[in-house]
Design a protein around this ligand. Structure first.
Ligand SMILES: [Zn+2]
Length: 109
């Protein structure tokens, strides 16, 4: 029944329940658990990166590819193509929008 042994081996390998030689029992279980934590960290990192790079206009989820410098305060914002004042096909942002973005960056909502 050699094929049956191979199948069992394959099942154990695929489900991660086979113990690694020389490692403590359930080593694979804990390393699998650890990689899940790694994924959560990765997701948080992706979200953090997204919050850093998305358009600074409130509620706008687009990636802010275009830097815009507020001529009054000198603060740089990342704006998407829809909100950048110099980008064709834009919606003109107002000084009020710029002030609101400044407040958001300073942690006031
Ligand atoms: Zn935008």
């Amino acid at each position: 029944m050699h094929w049956f042994y191979l199948l069992q081996h394959w099942l154990a390998y695929e489900t991660g329940s086979e113990n690694t030689a020389g490692a403590p029992p359930n080593y694979n279980f804990w390393s699998g658990f650890g990689s899940d934590l790694g994924e959560a960290t990765l997701i948080a990192a992706v979200l953090g990166t997204f919050k850093k790079h998305n358009c600074h206009t409130r509620w706008c989820w687009r990636i802010g590819h275009h830097a815009f410098k507020d001529p009054l305060t000198g603060v740089e914002y990342n704006l998407c193509r829809k909100h950048h004042p110099l980008h064709p096909g834009r919606r003109q942002i107002t000084q009020n929008d710029i002030d609101e973005m400044g407040r958001m960056l300073n942690g006031e909502h």
